[in-house]
Design a protein around this ligand. Structure first.
Ligand SMILES: [Zn+2]
Length: 251
């Protein structure tokens, strides 16, 4: 098996999605050097992280973590590889890495019953050919043995990008864009909702509101990155996404 992988790595060398150096056989998508220097949030190490407090202003979530601050080219390279370079396995690899860190350093997963990746509208998924959040969820699921529940909620509106919209417009833009299709399956469960990047939280909140129509659900959130200027819970949220994120990203 190792020999087989050695040969594959020799014939088809894999490269770090951040710095493009050739990966060793034990490295997954990101080289050890880049992994050490990425801007982690470490939200799982603090009680009531800023991300949790931020979501509490919008929806009563249980817990919220994000792997990295999205404040530089390194994390941008990861998100681009995952979303725009047709490299979904990056999501699985980083899902593994994050899950292993969370398991080693916290009890984050201890009460989670199931994982739900943020659904894409079918037209957007057809265009990209995959849902990047599903691949992150797959990595998390493989490391934790927590099952992924697909087909519980779907996105029924292919809403326009959130960029260039203010707070009120964003909320209107994402209102009722999800439809809960199988409430029985998640009744009484603690759900981990997974997305790639949280910018304003509007889309995640909209999905959480729809999931909460099932009886007695609890919802926690995990994302790979958080926009560096995600508004604080005490400040008004009137900043267009393009300014928050500093770049144009579509879902
Ligand atoms: Zn690297």
């Amino acid at each position: 098996m190792t020999l087989h992988k050695d040969i594959l790595d020799f014939l088809f060398p894999r490269h770090c999605v951040v710095c493009n150096t050739t990966l060793s056989i034990h490295e997954k998508s990101i080289c050890t050097r880049c992994l050490l220097h990425l801007p982690r949030t470490d939200y799982h190490l603090v009680e009531h992280s800023p991300l949790e407090k931020f979501f509490w202003t919008q929806f009563p979530i249980e817990k919220a973590v994000s792997f990295f601050h999205h404040d530089g080219n390194k994390v941008r390279s990861i998100i681009y590889a995952l979303k725009y370079h047709a490299n979904p396995n990056t999501g699985i690899d980083i899902g593994h890495i994050y899950a292993q860190e969370l398991q080693a350093e916290s009890d984050f997963f201890s009460t989670i019953n199931c994982i739900i990746p943020m659904p894409l509208h079918w037209m957007r998924q057809l265009k990209r050919s995959y849902n990047q959040s599903y691949y992150i969820a797959k990595g998390i699921s493989q490391s934790t043995s927590i099952p992924i529940y697909n087909n519980v909620v779907k996105r029924i509106k292919n809403n326009p990008s959130q960029t260039q919209k203010n707070h009120t417009e964003r909320k209107t833009n994402v209102a009722n864009i999800f439809k809960l299709t199988n409430p029985t399956k998640i009744a009484g469960k603690h759900i981990l909702l997974i997305d790639d990047v949280v910018t304003t939280g509007s889309t995640i909140t909209s999905c959480a509101i729809e999931l909460s129509k099932a009886p007695n659900v609890r919802i926690s959130i995990l994302t790979l990155a958080i926009a560096s200027r995600t508004p604080s819970p005490t400040s008004p949220n009137d900043i267009p996404d393009s300014q928050i994120f500093g770049m144009l990203l579509t879902e």
